[in-house]
Design a protein around this ligand. Structure first.
Ligand code: COI
Length: 369
């Protein structure tokens, strides 16, 4: 079936009909379940991006020399779809996410994808899989677009051939604590990323470099690591799974984007919302020394993280060597709670979408299976 009259892409639909309705498990967790279909598109130098198809999700067969496995030429995004109160599927800020995918693509020598094509592919996939959008509090259909080099060649150079895929996963809270405050270790034995490196790209290398430090932190009873700048090990940067905000008495600070930090879409949304609420939100460097000084004076009122997966996650405790910072008695603070409430309502159109961040998915009967 084709909808080329209104679509940017001529998608080939190879759909399967479900024999049973979707049943969600009680505790979705994060990234454990996947929907029935996948979007896939290929790239080569002659044809550019071509062969867009929506087909049943299945195992992929790959040559053992496939380039991205060896040299890491891969990028991805993470965004979410929801139902509005009147049952319309919406995607939160897809254009902004695909712009960031293209920013990552340029840094990683990967061919860019037209944003309207990527949005069109996603709209179609969500329209087909809309039954998979969960409706519980804090739940969403997590969207994972990704691109990687596929040539079966050993040798460090950009690939000539790529795949762009989108998979969907119904999710709940990212952290095992649910939406309760988490404990974070600040550590300087390892760094996540270095300025002018890949830190601002959404690419597997940044997540790989966080694994060992995070595993050690978990063994010591923490949920995540707050990474420091890789040059001086002095300034706080990000958590890897989320950006970080510190609410002092007279300002809310988030580390400025130095090139080593992922420019979070939720981070940007939170900055806009706080400004709208006439709060003094500032993007600047924030040193550990300043954080500890202000903590001693009783000026650190809240710490929270922002991310697509994390939404707004409160940090109840921070530890760095012998310094332990218990924030707001380990409880959620008022600004974090207000932000969580506002963003989760906004994502379901339960408050006015003054920025046009919601992208309504056109649901057409003819693509439904
Ligand atoms: C996201 O928030 O979308 C991410 O990719 C982070 C990851 C921890 C799931």
């Amino acid at each position: 079936m084709e909808r080329k009259d209104i679509l940017m892409l001529k998608i080939d639909y190879q759909l399967v009909k479900r024999s049973t309705p979707v049943v969600f498990p009680k505790n979705l967790g994060f990234g454990n379940y996947f929907t029935d279909h996948i979007f896939e598109m290929d790239y080569n130098e002659q044809a550019g991006w071509h062969n867009p198809v929506i087909k049943p999700l299945s195992q992929m067969s790959m040559h053992p020399a496939t380039m991205f496995i060896h040299y890491g030429q891969a990028i991805f995004e993470g965004l979410k779809a929801f139902y509005t109160g009147d049952d319309k599927p919406v995607i939160f800020r897809p254009e902004r996410h695909f712009q960031r995918l293209n920013n990552s693509a340029r840094r990683m020598c990967i061919p860019e994808i037209k944003i309207e094509d990527a949005v069109c592919a996603l709209e179609e996939l969500i329209a087909i899989e809309k039954e998979w959008i969960p409706r519980g509090e804090g739940e969403a259909l997590y969207i994972r677009p990704f691109v990687f080099g596929v040539d079966p060649v050993l040798g460090v150079k950009p690939a000539n051939n790529y795949k762009f895929l989108i998979i969907l996963s119904p999710v709940g809270a990212y952290y095992p604590e649910g939406f309760k405050p988490i404990k974070i270790l600040i550590q300087d034995d390892f760094v996540r990323a270095v300025r002018k490196g890949l830190g601002e790209c959404k690419t597997p290398a940044n997540y790989a470099s966080s694994l060992l430090g995070t595993e050690l932190a978990k063994k010591a009873g923490f949920t995540q690591v707050l990474w420091l700048d890789a040059v001086e090990l002095k300034y706080i940067e990000e958590v890897g799974t989320m950006n970080i905000f510190v609410r002092f008495k007279d300002e809310i600070v988030t580390p400025q984007l130095t090139g080593g930090i992922l420019p979070g879409v939720t981070r940007a949304s939170v900055i806009d919302i706080l400004k709208e609420w006439n709060m003094n939100v500032v993007e600047r460097r924030l040193s550990l020394d300043e954080l500890f000084e202000e903590y001693k004076k009783g000026n650190v009122l809240e710490v929270f993280g922002t991310g697509t997966a994390a939404i707004i996650t409160v940090v109840g405790l921070l530890k760095y060597k012998d310094n332990t910072l218990m924030i707001n008695d380990g409880e959620s603070g008022e600004v974090a709670l207000r932000l969580f409430d506002h963003i989760t309502k906004l994502q379901r159109a339960a408050v006015e979408d003054t920025h046009n961040w919601l992208h309504y998915v056109p649901v057409k009967e003819e693509v439904l299976v």
